[in-house]
Design a protein around this ligand. Structure first.
Ligand code: FES
Length: 104
């Protein structure tokens, strides 16, 4: 499958407290700002079904709103169970004010 960059939102809508949600095909992606960096991470918690963008952000981690698994936003690493596994990360870039995510 060919990879391509897709518009996933606008930088002005993103803040450290307010991640963005982006969906392509059947895939949900959460977009986070940590300091000056933007990260894009699989958004459905692997434990059951909850959107992590609706969880609780604490610095560079997000806690699942359902059963409190914790994930590291810059790497997707599961830091606290019951997350079950690490999350897939997506490449992200800025084109002017447009946030773009690489989908494959
Ligand atoms: S659904 Fe996320 S910890 Fe259970």
């Amino acid at each position: 499958m060919t990879e391509q960059w897709r518009c996933a939102g606008h930088a002005g809508d993103l803040s450290e407290d307010s991640p963005l949600e982006f969906k392509f095909d059947d895939t949900e992606v959460g977009i986070y700002k940590v300091g000056d960096e933007i990260y894009a991470m699989e958004n459905v918690c692997p434990h059951a079904y909850a959107l992590l963008t609706q969880g609780f952000i604490d610095g560079d981690t997000v806690e699942c709103p359902l059963h409190e698994a914790v994930f590291h936003i810059p790497t997707g690493k599961c830091l606290k169970e019951p997350g079950g596994r690490d999350l897939k990360m997506y490449s992200v870039r800025l084109a002017g004010e447009e946030i773009q995510i690489k989908v494959e």
